[in-house]
Design a binder for this molecule. Structure first.
Ligand SMILES: Cc1ncc(COP(=O)(O)O)c(C=O)c1O
Length: 384
């Protein structure tokens, strides 16, 4: 399989898997057993080491790093946990129209529970409308939750400006960095972010682990009842091997991946433009993640392209993978002003450090045949 669905999940680095498996076999106690035996203490030490290592990479301190089960859980904990703990200050939350489903479903639940939510629009390239954001902030706004970069089209938000607007008003800021970190650099101290979501399986780490940075002094309420794990912010014993795997993924991250990714992304885009007629970019090439390219193949359906590519051994997604079981047009593309037709014709290629130009060459050749075939029978072209 030529795998171009790395924004959904990446293949873990073999070194990550090895480290996790060694750890799971040797350090199988839980860290909360420290008061009973030395194996629990040894596990606790390893987890602390991982926490400090990751914190150090982000320029924050270890006691600001909370381990969860996923980016989805981190988003839920950040948004609902913050809202519940701070509802005495106000019940208004601001988000954007292009967020991941874990954010939109979290705020929708809050709406059902009596909170008010404003959904700020984006421009044609997927940048949050800053004037609209500014106008949306009210005296009772307690939280702004927006993504650092978009998971479908790759557009990286102007975090400096967003943060300035939000922090000027003394409002808390949650950033969903699940698909963006560490592909784009972020200085947590400079940007004044209060809560940040990270998802290690998006950068060659394991699934089953998420990270939530919680700035010291930020009040959040835990969502799971039970033990007092993770600074009493998340009950349930930690997925300790995955924490070790997440640390390894950070250790193995190299900025040269970004150079490689950008190079093959541009190569893919230029060949698409040159060799296949009526291909349109969704998003922007400037200020975009190095590994995500989203294009519309006019007059045909993305689903058909994806199925045919899969048959040829190439894995891509149409719209967001999370929605690929239903055929609704992507809410991200619609918010960017794309028509339903063009949204349905979109394909997301998301690349990894393992991908090569040769894989792209093969894909282009197959795409030329597939697009040609599908257009020949397209009702939008009169079935010609
Ligand atoms: C922008 C964004 N946020 C959150 C998530 C959820 O992360 P996870 O898959 O770790 O639950 C994803 C996953 O696709 C994402 O792309």
């Amino acid at each position: 399989m030529i795998y171009f669905d790395n924004a959904s999940s990446t293949k873990p680095d073999p070194e990550v898997v090895k480290e996790m498996s060694d750890f799971a076999l040797e350090f199988y106690a839980i860290p909360s057993s420290i008061f009973s035996h030395s194996l629990g203490q040894a596990v606790q030490d390893k987890i602390q080491e991982a926490r400090d290592y990751i914190a150090n990479k982000l320029g924050v301190s270890g006691n600001e790093i909370v381990f969860t089960s996923s980016g989805t859980e981190s988003n839920n904990l950040a948004i609902k946990g913050f809202a519940y703990a701070n509802k005495n200050k106000g019940k208004h939350i601001v988000t954007s129209k292009i967020e991941h489903i874990s954010v939109t479903e979290s705020v929708k639940r809050l709406e059902r529970e009596g909170f008010e939510v404003t959904y700020v629009g984006v421009d044609k390239q997927g940048f949050i409308n800053l004037n609209e954001l500014k106008d949306s902030l009210r005296d009772d706004t307690i939280l702004v939750t927006v993504q650092l970069a978009n998971h479908e089209v790759g557009t990286i938000q102007n975090l400096k400006e967003i943060s300035k607007l939000v922090k000027e008003k003394g409002i808390a800021l949650h950033i969903d960095g699940a698909v963006a970190i560490p592909y784009t650099k972020l200085n947590l101290k400079e940007t004044g972010i209060d809560l940040l979501t990270i998802s290690p399986h998006k950068f060659y780490g394991p699934k089953g682990i998420g990270i939530l940075y919680v700035k010291s002094g930020t009040k959040i309420e835990k969502l799971l009842d039970g033990g007092f794990n993770e600074f009493n912010l998340r009950a349930g014993h930690e997925n300790t091997p995955a924490i070790i795997g997440a640390k390894k993924a950070f250790e193995l991250w190299d900025d040269s991946f970004v150079t490689h990714l950008r190079e093959i992304k541009i190569y893919l885009y230029e060949r698409l433009l040159k060799e296949i007629p009526d291909v349109e970019l969704n998003g922007t090439l400037d200020n975009s993640l190095p590994h995500i390219l989203n294009v519309t193949f006019k007059y045909i359906e993305g689903e058909s392209i994806a199925l045919r590519l899969d048959f040829e051994g190439v894995g891509v997604t149409t719209g967001s993978a999370c929605y690929s079981r239903n055929l609704q047009a992507s809410h991200v593309l619609l918010a960017m002003g794309k028509s339903h037709e063009d949204s349905h014709g979109s394909i997301r290629f998301s690349l990894s450090k393992y991908n090569t130009k040769e894989e792209i060459d093969y894909t282009i050749e197959k795409l030329k045949e597939i697009v040609d075939d599908l257009r020949r029978i397209s009702p939008l072209l009169g079935g010609k």
